[in-house]
Design a protein around this ligand. Structure first.
Ligand code: SF4
Length: 198
């Protein structure tokens, strides 16, 4: 899917000053982005070494030690400038972030949610504190109307056209349930497409 099809939701100035995206606490973090086969090809053409992809048919990217801090970073991430070196061809997984595709706790429905680790989604910049489990909050945080509109537009894209079948070909694009992702909306077409996938 071309990058232009999914608009960037978080302003670049915010992304470039943030220290959450593209960085991972562990080498095997399940939050590492998933690349489909065509996305792997585009990433390699864009300069990412093929050695970072353990399965050419589609896989999560292998990460590298963070050259300027703790943990690990995506091999496409430039830690000096905080830029993605393959921004124009970054995978769908990265395009939709901070929205997230995940299964519900029962693994029955695919949901669209927003990741509470993204500080932009909190009411006041600078007041962000990482949450372990948003479901433990007395009142779930809500998104501003423009973000909700972006979410509904993304839902329509994910539920129509060939995207459900393309995601079915790579079911790992839908993550297991994550307690720090705030649920926005179920995706019945995508759930149906994935219903016969283990
Ligand atoms: S592909 Fe780009 S946007 Fe996605 S995690 Fe890697 S550096 Fe970040």
């Amino acid at each position: 899917m071309p990058t232009s099809a999914i608009p960037q939701i978080v302003p670049s100035r915010v992304c470039l000053s943030c220290e959450v995206c593209c960085r991972f606490p562990e080498r095997e973090s399940f939050l590492r982005p998933f690349f489909t086969k065509p996305e792997i090809g585009q990433a390699i053409t864009g300069g990412v070494d093929s050695k970072f992809f353990s399965n050419a048919e589609g896989c999560q990217v292998d990460v590298v030690p963070n050259p300027s801090g703790e943990g690990y970073v995506c091999p496409a991430f430039d830690a000096e400038t905080s830029h993605c070196r393959i921004y124009d061809v970054r995978p769908l997984d990265c395009q939709i972030y901070p929205f997230v595709l995940m299964w519900d706790q029962q693994h029955e429905s695919v949901l669209l949610g927003w990741d509470s680790k993204c500080p932009f989604l909190w009411p006041s910049e600078g007041e962000y504190e990482p949450l372990q489990d948003v479901s433990s909050l007395p009142v779930l945080p809500t998104l501003p109307s423009e973000m909700m509109n972006a979410a509904y537009q993304l839902c329509a894209q994910l539920e129509n056209g060939d995207l459900p079948l393309r995601i079915k070909a790579h079911p790992r694009l839908v993550t297991p349930f994550q307690p720090d992702v705030v649920v926005l909306q179920p995706l019945p077409q995508l759930t149906h497409a994935l219903s016969d996938v283990d």
